[in-house]
Design a protein around this ligand. Structure first.
Ligand SMILES: [Zn+2]
Length: 294
């Protein structure tokens, strides 16, 4: 009978895991609306979801995340028009990332902020992939979210959620009120993230006389830098540059271009890097430092 307790604890964590997976699928369904409408400058609230082909409103029972697409075999019930695989994919991806974020952060007050952050990353990734833009209506609120979460947590929960607070510049201004320390660290992270991209872009423009990247990436990294802090931001940029240039070379080879001028949506790789950094960043940095320390 003593074995009842562990199985109860397991049941609870399984229940929470399923709950956050389901929440992610629902938010993913909303992100599909954001991804479709924000670049087209349409309202994300009105009207309700409609078929992109025949514009018929989608009934609630045909709007169940992931499942409806499978049941309808990827076709509109009304016009039989093809519904992109992107819809169930974004729902499943968001569900999986919500589950992993819950596993990593745990059930605490920081979790909603982290879920909002990964949601913004997913929206930016898919909008940039399709339209090569990172809309201000997402990147600016992202920066505000980052500053608010930093300030709120300094005041109410201490500094445990932000690893960069154990390093410069936070250590240099120890003794100041915690909200000043955390705000300066957030702004330092934002400057590291956006400044690094801005300098690289200007240098590239100067050397190659071509436009390297849009300001959307720079604005996106304001929010990412402030939220993640400078250490995880460096990891995000490294991950983004590494995977982004691999993809760029691959696309150039496939298209048979030799001058490597192919425009790649860099926000896709920065967004993926930011999610990886949030979930695995500390382990990656520690493993790296351990491998290369004398
Ligand atoms: Zn239709």
């Amino acid at each position: 009978m003593n074995q009842e307790l562990p199985s109860f604890v397991n049941a609870e964590s399984v229940f929470l895991g399923i709950s956050f997976f389901s929440l992610g699928a629902i938010i993913g369904s909303f992100l599909n609306v954001v991804i479709y409408r924000v670049p087209r400058r349409e309202s994300i609230v009105f009207p309700n979801s409609f078929c992109p082909e025949c514009k018929t409103p989608i009934k609630p029972y045909d709007n169940i995340p992931i499942l409806s697409w499978i049941i309808l075999k990827g076709k509109c019930r009304h016009c039989k028009g093809k519904i992109s695989l992107r819809y169930p994919f974004v729902e499943f991806l968001t569900a999986t990332i919500f589950f992993l974020t819950f596993k990593h952060i745990g059930l605490n007050a920081f979790l909603p902020f982290a879920l909002a952050f990964v949601s913004a990353m997913i929206a930016l990734i898919f909008i940039d992939a399709e339209h090569m833009i990172l809309p201000d209506v997402i990147t600016y609120p992202l920066f505000v979210l980052a500053l608010v979460s930093r300030l709120a947590f300094a005041l109410f929960f201490g500094k445990e959620f932000f690893s960069d607070l154990n390093y410069f510049p936070a250590t240099a201004i120890e003794g100041f009120p915690s909200w000043i320390v955390t705000l300066i660290s957030a702004i330092f992270g934002a400057l590291v993230g956006s400044g690094f991209l801005l300098i690289t872009a200007k240098l590239w423009e100067y050397l190659r006389k071509v436009e390297a990247m849009g300001m959307g990436d720079v604005k996106m990294m304001l929010g990412v830098g402030a939220f993640l802090g400078w250490r995880l931001t460096f990891l995000t940029i490294f991950f983004g540059a590494f995977t982004g240039s691999l993809a760029g070379v691959a696309i150039s080879l496939i298209r048979g271009e030799r001058n490597l001028q192919t425009q790649i949506p860099f926000g896709v790789f920065l967004g993926a890097g930011a999610i990886v950094s949030l979930l695995l960043g500390e382990q990656i940095i520690n493993a790296y430092l351990q491998a290369f320390s004398p």
